[in-house]
Design a binder for this molecule. Structure first.
Ligand code: IMP
Ligand code: MG
Length: 182
C-alpha cells in the first residue's frame, strides 16, 4: 500500500477508499439478508460517523429503510490506550423497547465499548441488539461479545482516518491508515 501526506503528516494507507466502499456495500447486503424488522441503527460517536454515513446510503441501495440514532460514548480520552471505563456523553433519544437495534462502531478492540452499549440497550427492552464494526483488531477481545458484521480484520496498529482519530486529528481522511511520521 502507498504512502500519503496529509498536512504535515505522512501516513501509510491500510484500507483505501475504493476497498472500503466495496466492503461497505457488501456489509449492507449482509445486513439486509439478516432480515431485521423495524430496524433502528445506532451510530456510536464520534468514530463511526463516516462509516455510518456510507453504510446508511448502502443500506438504502440494499433495500433497507432504517431509523437512525446516535450514542456518544467515551472510553479513550485523548490517548491511544483503552481506559477501561465508559461514560455516556450523549444518549439516544428514541425509545428502543421492542426494536431491532443495529449498533455501528468504527473499530472493535477489547469490545468493552460495544458490550457496554449492547447491554445498555438490551436492558432498556430492545428486542434484539446486533453489532457492526468496520474493523476488528484480532486477538484483543476481552469483553463477552459476539460481533455480527465485521468489515475487515485490522492489523494490530493504531489506525486513523475514515472517522477514526488520534488525539482528535485525522477523522477527515477518506482512507484508513497509520501515522508513520511528520
Ligand atoms: P474497545 O472498547 O477496546 O473495543 O475500543 C473500541 C474503541 O476504541 C473504538 O470505538 C475507537 O473509538 C477506539 N479505538 C480502538 N482502536 C483504535 C485505533 O486503532 N484507532 C482509533 N481508535 C481506536
Ligand atoms: Mg469509538
Amino acid at each position: 500500500m502507498g504512502q500519503v501526506v496529509a498536512g504535515d503528516t505522512r501516513l501509510e494507507v491500510i484500507f483505501d477508499a475504493d476497498r472500503i466502499a466495496k466492503r461497505v456495500h457488501e456489509l449492507a447486503r449482509e445486513i439486509a439478508a439478516a432480515g431485521l424488522d423495524d430496524m433502528l441503527v445506532v451510530s456510536i460517536l464520534k468514530g463511526s460517523v463516516i462509516f455510518m454515513a456510507d453504510l446508511l446510503r448502502a443500506m438504502h441501495e440494499a433495500g433497507l429503510a432504517p431509523e437512525v440514532e446516535f450514542l456518544s460514548l467515551s472510553s479513550y480520552g485523548a490517548g491511544t490506550e483503552s481506559a477501561g471505563s465508559i461514560a455516556i456523553l450523549r444518549d439516544v433519544e428514541s425509545d428502543v423497547t421492542g426494536r431491532s437495534v443495529l449498533l455501528v462502531d468504527d473499530i472493535l478492540e477489547s469490545g468493552r465499548t460495544l458490550a457496554f452499549a449492547k447491554d445498555l440497550l438490551a436492558a432498556r427492552g430492545a428486542r434484539e441488539v446486533r453489532t457492526c464494526v468496520l474493523l476488528q483488531k484480532p486477538g484483543k477481545l476481552a469483553a463477552e461479545l459476539e460481533v455480527d458484521f465485521v468489515g475487515f480484520q485490522c492489523p494490530d496498529r493504531f489506525v486513523v482516518g475514515y472517522g477514526m482519530d488520534m488525539a482528535h486529528s485525522f477523522r477527515q481522511l477518506p482512507f484508513v491508515g497509520v501515522v508513520i511520521g511528520d
